[in-house]
Design a protein around this ligand. Structure first.
Ligand SMILES: [Fe+2]
Length: 329
């Protein structure tokens, strides 16, 4: 982006750097402005409501929900994070400007001595990386990373790409089958089973079977008995909240609070970047350091007095893993 010649290299996003058998990509058409979609992508608080079950007891119950294809209660790290997030639902936010965009940290008390941090990434111009609820540390590095690209089509429509990468080894058949499920328990709503038969209208091959014209497949029984949101597919839950406010929501009607700090900061940075580019006064953020995109999202516990920034870089940076992989080749 911008006037730079020769054009700068593409960002080193982790899912683009692994071999094809370690990548899984899907895409779907979204009926909203792309910034609204980014805002959903970087607001981590919603995951403790929109994507979980009605109660903590249900979220920790070891079972697979046949309506959502999602397994609950079987991962100790996720159980730990969900227990904190569903007990203390009100997170405070802190932000750090980086070469690629913004590192957005949500903070919750976890007992008297510890704080639970969840790190979400916004990467210019339109990428997000959401953290799961799993609590990781140096002994439990993650192998699988994912994120989205909310690519604007026009002011009211977006092509939403979703990416998952295994940094260590090819996806197994079982893992691929799981990512191809619909309703999808992960990031991928755009799998074949989740899409309408292709048509010749624009983006006609990428329209979800559950959309605003059929209430996104809302299942009242699911909502009444086990899940906060009755929409079975996880990404369609996001679609529903991002689209149902209208394709471009009137910001004059907003009542933003502390949990919107990340959204407010992202808007400021996007506006600054757009004005800088328009005036040809600044290169687009991120282009000067494509290597900085080698990052992921994560969650961790720290003593109350400790700063989150060093740990976030240590656990989220993927540079050491890629260096180790390169050394093995
Ligand atoms: Fe979400």
């Amino acid at each position: 982006m911008g006037a730079q010649r020769p054009a700068p290299s593409l960002p080193d996003l982790p899912w683009f750097l692994v071999p094809p058998e370690q990548q899984f990509f899907t895409k779907r058409f979204q009926e909203s402005n792309f910034v609204q979609a980014i805002e959903g992508g970087i607001d981590t608080t919603h995951a403790g409501f929109l994507h979980t079950r009605l109660t903590l007891e249900l979220a920790l119950k070891r079972e697979t929900d046949a309506k959502t294809n999602r397994s609950w209660g079987d991962d100790e790290q996720t159980n730990k994070g969900l227990s904190i997030a569903m007990t203390n639902r009100y997170a405070r936010f802190e932000m750090l400007d980086t070469d690629y965009g913004i590192m957005i940290a949500s903070r919750r008390e976890a007992g008297d001595a510890e704080t639970y941090w969840r790190i979400n990434q916004f990467l210019f111009p339109y990428y997000t990386m959401p953290p799961g609820h799993g609590v990781v540390d140096r002994t439990t590095p993650k192998a699988s990373y994912g994120g989205h690209a909310f690519v604007p089509i026009d002011d009211e429509h977006t092509m939403t790409w979703s990416f998952t990468a295994n940094l260590v080894e090819p996806f197994s058949e079982k893992e691929r089958d799981k990512m191809l499920q619909y309703p999808n328990p992960g990031l991928h709503a755009g799998v074949p089973k989740g899409l309408l038969p292709p048509t010749s209208e624009p983006m006609g091959a990428f329209r979800g079977i559950h959309n605003m014209r059929n209430d996104y497949g809302l299942d009242y029984e699911l909502q009444r008995t086990s899940q906060f949101c009755g929409i079975p597919d996880r990404s369609t839950q996001d679609n529903a909240v991002q689209e149902s406010m209208g394709p471009i929501y009137d910001r004059g009607n907003e009542h933003l609070g502390v949990s919107d700090s990340g959204v407010i900061h992202m808007r400021r940075r996007l506006l600054e970047a757009a004005k800088g580019l328009q005036a040809q006064a600044a290169a687009a953020p991120g282009v000067a350091n494509p290597r900085s995109y080698l990052i992921g999202a994560c969650g961790f516990l720290l003593p109350n007095e400790a700063s989150w920034i060093d740990t976030a870089y240590e656990l989220c940076s993927l540079q050491p893993q890629f260096d180790a992989l390169a050394a093995m080749v």
